[in-house]
Design a binder for this molecule. Structure first.
Ligand code: HEC
Length: 269
């Protein structure tokens, strides 16, 4: 009995000594919950801010597209209802700036004399060009890490838009004492493990917005997150409108049924 007591006491003291250290260890590498940030598209009536979508496309194209693909997106999506609202002429011009692999030329070649793939300007029907030919090339250029495709990232990660926004604005924080930032990686407390292989992609004035919006890191992150949310859920506005219509219909139907019920029972008495 005595021994058990001593053993228990010892165990308790041991735990008290070890637990805080373990918790601290845990706290150091576990990701923080995403920042609370609000977006125009939240809530049952939220819609995408067209300006943010257009600016977000610019950030994606000029910054993120150097490393991340967005496989699901084609240029013509940029002029679809519920999207960034570019005109057809604008989208044609945007597509023409991009280069995509060309089909075989008249001699059946798909590469030039230097072995480089033949390229042509993109058209409305083309999907966004990919930054790397394959996964090996993508990893080789990113210290072994794979930049994930961004078209569904907002849906694929817990925290959605807030998560993406937090990652983008989560650099430049000092790691807690004793935290080891892995060589070639960056401290980002919103990423699992807190060591991320992506160099901080956004800098103030990294893009020049044509609508005169000031390009702070926060603004760029907010805009590109709006764009990526639309990419992952292009029919959101439709869905919300439809949901609201169904709700109105159900309320009206309930009213009619109730009136009918009253009438039937009034006559029955
Ligand atoms: C220089 C290349 C590079 C650029 C530019 C870049 N990224 Fe990344 N990104 C990466 C790599 C590599 C990873 C994978 C990180 C890892 O696994 O540690 C990553 C990871 C991410 C993640 C986390 C994904 C996850 O798995 O949870 C998000 C979100 C992200 N990038 C968004 C963006 C956005 C938005 C932009 C443009 C503003 C951008 N990135 C620009 C290389 C880049």
């Amino acid at each position: 009995m005595r021994h058990t007591k001593t053993a228990l006491l010892g165990l308790a003291i041991g735990l008290i000594a070890v637990l805080p250290a373990a918790a601290q260890e845990e706290a150091n590498t576990e990701r923080l919950p995403p920042k609370a940030v609000s977006f125009s598209f939240e809530g049952p009536f939220g819609t995408y801010d067209r300006g943010a979508l257009q600016r977000g496309y610019q950030v994606y194209k000029e910054v993120c597209a150097a490393c991340h693909s967005a496989d699901h997106l084609a240029f013509h999506n940029l002029m679809e209802e519920g999207g960034p609202g570019f005109t057809e002429a604008e989208v044609r011009a945007l597509a023409a700036q991009a280069r995509v692999p060309a089909g075989p030329d008249e001699q059946g070649n798909t590469t030039d004399e230097k072995g480089q793939p033949l390229m042509r300007p993109a058209t409305l029907a083309d999907y966004f060009p990919k930054p790397f030919a394959n996964e090996e090339a993508a990893r080789a250029n990113n210290g072994g890490a794979l930049p994930p495709d961004l078209s569904m990232i907002v849906k694929a990660r817990e925290g959605g838009p807030e998560y993406v926004y937090s990652i983008l604005t989560g650099f430049h924080e000092d790691p807690p004492a004793g935290f080891k930032v892995v060589d070639g990686k960056y401290y980002n407390p919103y990423f699992e493990g807190r060591n991320i292989s992506m160099p901080p992609p956004l800098v103030a004035n990294g893009v020049t917005y044509s609508d005169g919006t000031k390009a702070t890191i926060d603004q760029e992150a907010h805009d590109v997150t709006t764009f990526l949310t639309w990419a992952a859920e292009p029919k959101m506005e439709d869905r919300k409108r439809m949901g609201f219509g169904v709700l109105i219909f159900l309320i009206a139907l309930a009213g009619v049924l109730f009136a009918a019920y009253r009438k039937v029972w009034k006559d029955a008495h």
